[in-house]
Design a protein around this ligand. Structure first.
Ligand code: SF4
Length: 628
C-alpha cells in the first residue's frame, strides 16, 4: 500500500519514522499512545499522518485540544499542508464571548455555562417569542454560509481570522463554524465537544460522521484522565444551597411533591450537610457512606427511592420553568433549583463503586460524589476508528493505557531531538517538602529559603521558582523572600484572572533576569512557552505530591484494587508529570539551554526525572552558564 506524502517541511531526524508510525496506526484502526517531547513537531506530524492514513476513506480527523493556541497551531499547520493535501480545517469553540457576539457586551450572558447559553441561543434562533431573535444568526443566510465555506477552503483560517471574517459580515462565528463542519476533514475542538455525551452526539451529527469514522487525536493527553474524572464528579456547596433558597423565594417556592416545596428540600440538604460535617469530618474532606444522602432523604421525608426520584424530576421541571422564564426575557437561563435537582439525580444514580462520597468543611462546605475511574468517560474513544494520545509527558505509558481502558494500543516514546547537554537537571539531598520536615523543629524551611535566594543570586538569568502548593509560595512571600532576591518578581497567584496572569507573564518575559513565582502543575508550568532567554533557570521547591486527603486516599485505594498500583498511579506518576512539565518550560528549541534544580532529596527516587545529585547547586548552576 502506498500512501501520499503530505509532510510540508524538511524532516528533522526521526520525524519521517514518526509520521509512518502515526499514519499506520490511523490507517489500521489502532489506538496509539505516544510520548513525544517539544521539538518532535507533534502537531504537524500527527496532522499529516492522520490525513495520509485517512486519505480517500471518508473518515475525518478530530483534533482535541485544551487551549486556543493549540487550535491556532493546528490551523497554521493545515495551511502549510494545503499545497500538498486536500485539507479543509476548521476550529470550533464553545459558545462564549469570543464566539457569540450577542454576549460580548453583556456581563451576565458572558458568565453563562455553555448549556445555559445554548438554551438561550436555541430560543433566539427559533424566534417568534418575546425573547426576539438574534441578528447574527438571521444574517447567516445561504450566501453567507457559502462565503464561509469558500473562505475556509481557500485561506485555512485560524480561529481569530475566522471570527474576524464573520464579524465583518455581522454573522455568528459559532453557527458559521457549525455550518462549515460537514465540509471539513480536520476539525479542532476543545475536549468537551467529544467527551460530554450530549455535545458529542450533536458534534458528530454536524460533522456528518459516526464515531467509527472518526480519527481522534488528543494533544496534551497527560491531562485527560483527570479531566475525565472531573466531568463525572458532582458537587454542591453551602453557597449553592443559599442561592437555591433565594431563587425558591423569588419564585413562590414551588411545590414539587405532595406538599413538599423546593425550600423544604434545600433545608433538608442544609441539615444533611451540617450533620455530615459533625459526624464524619475530621480532616479537610472526609468520606461519607455511599448511601448516606439517599438514606437521609428517605428517612427524613419518609419516602421510597422511587418517590425521591419522582420528587427530584418534579424539582428539575420547576428549575426548568425558572430558566425558561428568564429565557423568555432574554436573560441568562440559569436556575439554581435546576442545578440542585441535577446534582441530586446524578448522586443517586452514581452510587456505585466508581465514585466515593465526600463531605468537605471550610468557608463553603460541600458534598461531592468524586469519580475515581476515568475509563467510563473514555469509552467513546473505543468506538472510534483510531485514536492518537500524545504528550511530551505521558510516561509511564502503561499507566495512561490502564486509566483510559484502551484496548490493545500501540505505545511509543520518542526522545527529545534537542542536544541533551543543553539541559541539566539536579537535586539536593539536605531538604525536602515532606510535611513533618517542613513544619517540624528542623531548619529545613530556612534551608529551602537560603537555596532559593542563593540560586537566584548566583547568575543573572530569568528564573522560575516552582512551588508544590500556593500555601508554601504564600509562606515565602509572607516571609519577605521576594524582597531578598534583589530582582523584579512576578507571580502566578491562586485564582488569578487569566488576563492578569497574562500581564504578569508578558512583563516577566520582557524583563531579562527577572524571577517568577509559580506553582508546579499550575497554568504557567503546564501551558506557557518561554523560548530563548525568557527562562533559563528553574528551581523546583519540593515534589508536588497531592496533599493527603480522604479523596486522595480513596484514589490510591481504588488504583491499588483495580490496577495493583495505588501510590504510583495516584500520587507518584501525576507528581512526576507535573515536574517534567515545569522543567520542560526551559527548553523550547534546539538552541535553548537551561538548568533545573530540585530542592528535595526524594527526586533521586523518581523514575522519569533523571536528576543528578548536586553537592553544590550554586557552583553547578554557575558552571553550566560558564561563570567562574
Ligand atoms: S446564534 Fe450565535 S450570536 Fe446568536 S445567540 Fe447563538 S451563539 Fe450567540
Amino acid at each position: 500500500m502506498t500512501f501520499p506524502d503530505y509532510f510540508p517541511y524538511t524532516h528533522r531526524p526521526g520525524q519521517a519514522e514518526l509520521v509512518r508510525l502515526v499514519r499506520d496506526c490511523v490507517h489500521d484502526g489502532r489506538h496509539l499512545v505516544l510520548e513525544a517531547g517539544t521539538g518532535t513537531g507533534k502537531t504537524v506530524t500527527a496532522l499529516c499522518a492522520a490525513l495520509e492514513g485517512t486519505a480517500n476513506s471518508g473518515r475525518k480527523v478530530i483534533f482535541l485540544t485544551r487551549t486556543k493556541s493549540q487550535q491556532r497551531q493546528i490551523a497554521l499547520e493545515a495551511r502549510a499542508i494545503a499545497d500538498r493535501a486536500d485539507v479543509v480545517c476548521i476550529a470550533i469553540q464553545g459558545r462564549g464571548p469570543a464566539t457569540c457576539p450577542m454576549m460580548q457586551n453583556d456581563r451576565e450572558l458572558a458568565s453563562g455555562t455553555s448549556e445555559e447559553l445554548s438554551k438561550l441561543c436555541a430560543t433566539l434562533k427559533k424566534g417568534g417569542s418575546e425573547a426576539g431573535t438574534c441578528t447574527f444568526f438571521d444574517n447567516l443566510d445561504d450566501a453567507a454560509v457559502e462565503a464561509c465555506i469558500s473562505f475556509v477552503r481557500s485561506s485555512h483560517p485560524d480561529p481569530e481570522e475566522f471570527r474576524e471574517f464573520c464579524s465583518v459580515r455581522g454573522i455568528c462565528p459559532y453557527e458559521a463554524a457549525k455550518r462549515v463542519l460537514p465540509y471539513a476533514n480536520v476539525v479542532s475542538a476543545p475536549y468537551p465537544f467529544f467527551f460530554i455525551p450530549g455535545i458529542r452526539t450533536h458534534f458528530l451529527e454536524w460533522m456528518g460522521i459516526g464515531e467509527r469514522d472518526a480519527v481522534v487525536i488528543m494533544d496534551e493527553a497527560h491531562n485527560l484522565p483527570n479531566y475525565l474524572r472531573d466531568i463525572q464528579t458532582y458537587r454542591t456547596t453551602q453557597r449553592a444551597l443559599d442561592m437555591t433558597m433565594k431563587e425558591a423565594d423569588e419564585n413562590g417556592d414551588p411545590e414539587i411533591y405532595e406538599g413538599l416545596t423546593v425550600k423544604d428540600i434545600v433545608t433538608l440538604m442544609e441539615d444533611v450537610l451540617r450533620d455530615a460535617q459533625a459526624e464524619f469530618l475530621r480532616r479537610e474532606n472526609d468520606l461519607i457512606p455511599p448511601g448516606y444522602l439517599t438514606e437521609e432523604m428517605m428517612t427524613r421525608l419518609g419516602m421510597t427511592t422511587y418517590g425521591i426520584r419522582d420528587m427530584l424530576m418534579s424539582m428539575y421541571a420547576a428549575g426548568e420553568a425558572v430558566a425558561d422564564e428568564k429565557k423568555r426575557r432574554r436573560k441568562l437561563p440559569r436556575s439554581h433549583i435546576l442545578t440542585l435537582a441535577r446534582f441530586l439525580l446524578a448522586w443517586i444514580s452514581c452510587e456505585d463503586g466508581s465514585h466515593v462520597y465526600l463531605v468537605a468543611g471550610g468557608e463553603n462546605p460541600s458534598l461531592e460524589a468524586y469519580c475515581l475511574d476515568a475509563s467510563d468517560a473514555a469509552d467513546p474513544l473505543l468506538s472510534c476508528h483510531s485514536t492518537v494520545s500524545m504528550s511530551g509527558t505521558l510516561r509511564p505509558l502503561d499507566v495512561y493505557v490502564k486509566e483510559l481502558g484502551l484496548y490493545d494500543p500501540v505505545t511509543d516514546s520518542r526522545p527529545s531531538p534537542f542536544p541533551p547537554e543543553n539541559l541539566k537537571v539536579g537535586y539536593v539531598r539536605d531538604v525536602s517538602t515532606k510535611y513533618d520536615e517542613l513544619n517540624g523543629g528542623e531548619d529545613t524551611y530556612e534551608r529551602l529559603k537560603r537555596y532559593v535566594i542563593d540560586l537566584v543570586g548566583c547568575v543573572h538569568r530569568s528564573t522560575a521558582v516552582f512551588f508544590p502548593s500556593y500555601s508554601l509560595m504564600d509562606r515565602f512571600i509572607a516571609d519577605g523572600v521576594p524582597g531578598m532576591l534583589g530582582r523584579e518578581v512576578y507571580y502566578e497567584k491562586s485564582g488569578m484572572p487569566q488576563s492578569e496572569l497574562m500581564e504578569q507573564m508578558t512583563d516577566f518575559k520582557c524583563s531579562e533576569g527577572a524571577v517568577l513565582f509559580a506553582v508546579t502543575g499550575g497554568r504557567v508550568s503546564e501551558g506557557l512557552d518561554f523560548p530563548g532567554k525568557e527562562l533559563e533557570l528553574a528551581i523546583l521547591v519540593g515534589i508536588p505530591y497531592a496533599r493527603p486527603s480522604a479523596k486522595q486516599d480513596a484514589l490510591i485505594h481504588y488504583c491499588q484494587g483495580r490496577y495493583g498500583s495505588g501510590w504510583d498511579m495516584a500520587v507518584k506518576v501525576p507528581a512526576v508529570r507535573k515536574m517534567r512539565q515545569a522543567i520542560g518550560r526551559l527548553i523550547r528549541s534546539e538552541t535553548d539551554r537551561g538548568v533545573a534544580v530540585i530542592l528535595d532529596r526524594r527526586a533521586a527516587d523518581l523514575a522519569g526525572i533523571d536528576a543528578e545529585y548536586m553537592e553544590d547547586p550554586v557552583a553547578s548552576v554557575r558552571d553550566f552558564f560558564g561563570h567562574n
